[in-house]
Design a protein around this ligand. Structure first.
Ligand SMILES: Nc1ncnc2c1ncn2[C@@H]1O[C@H](COP(=O)(O)OP(=O)(O)O)[C@@H](O)[C@H]1O
Ligand SMILES: [Mg+2]
Length: 259
């Protein structure tokens, strides 16, 4: 297996990174052939992926960090917290002081091992770049940039895009997702696309089913799968799968031309 790695990022808190990470991961796991999906919680100071899924992790990334050089893919799987047969979580440390023990080198090793035991890895990121996040981003196949429909979130998305450009990050990997779309707040989709210079690749509508599910500790796509927001996550999962399938086809065709 070689997992496709997706990071869910924004430089602003509260835009829906965790909601999207969790519900996207679950929706990918519901695709045909039941792909194996791992969510990595890189909010090392206060991760909330496990709480969103009502899970109590026995092990976390800080346990991995201590022994990483001795880990096989099988050992690594045992450290994950299981949500369903094909969704597992690499939990964030249980105490913030443990965050400091996670180095970029550990992230490189963790991702190289986990990529062998999953079809998709979804990384829930914090609202900043640091060496650890940059290490993860090096492995990423699709950088999902999230913003909500408000000026501050759009401004922070622009800063993020400029930062990625400075880092020479491949533009084709960046996909912009507008969360809480259709909120009538006086900014049109066209205006957002014009100010960011990217297209809106996917949208997730605003729905009170989202906070209701968070408060119940039940992920939305399991709780309200037929709601408009539930369907938008299913669509996003399809879109991602098709995007990778299209890329594979293109590479194959190019290979054919070269031969
Ligand atoms: N599409 C949405 N509709 C309604 N509420 C949302 C939506 N997406 C996120 N939220 C709410 O916004 C809050 C922040 O979401 P969260 O995923 O924790 O943000 P982040 O991880 O970016 O800090 C949560 O309370 C969540 O319920
Ligand atoms: Mg979060």
């Amino acid at each position: 297996m070689t997992a496709k790695i997706l990071s869910v990022f924004s430089m602003k808190g509260g835009v829906g990174k965790t909601v999207i990470s969790v519900n996207l991961a679950l929706s990918l796991a519901k695709l045909k052939n039941n792909p194996k999906v791992i969510i990595i919680d890189l909010n090392l100071y206060s991760g909330d992926v496990c709480s969103s899924l009502n899970l109590k992790p026995q092990w976390t990334i800080s346990d991995v960090a201590e022994n990483i050089d001795f880990y096989s893919p099988l050992d690594m799987e045992k450290i994950l917290t299981q949500y369903s047969p094909n969704v597992k979580v690499l939990a964030a440390p249980l105490h913030p002081e443990l965050a400091e023990t996670i180095t970029p080198d550990i992230i490189h090793k963790v991702l190289s091992i986990l990529t062998e035991v999953a079809d998709y890895i979804v990384i829930d990121c914090p609202a900043f770049f640091n060496q650890v996040i940059l290490a993860a981003v090096e492995h990423v196949d699709r950088f999902l940039l999230i913003a909500t429909v408000d000026l501050l979130a759009i401004k922070s998305a622009l800063i993020c895009l400029q930062t990625l450009q400075l880092l020479n990050y491949p533009q084709r990997k960046i996909k912009f997702i507008l969360n809480r779309s259709k909120s009538k707040v006086g900014i049109s989709d066209k205006e957002i696309e014009r100010s960011l210079g990217v297209i809106i690749w996917a949208t997730i509508p605003s729905d009170k089913a989202v906070p209701t599910s968070v408060n119940m500790g039940l992920p939305l796509v399991d709780n309200f799968p037929k709601s408009p927001v539930g369907r938008s996550f299913a669509r996003l999962a399809f879109h991602i799968r098709n995007d990778f399938a299209g890329e594979k086809k293109m590479k194959k065709n190019r290979g054919g031309e070269a031969a």
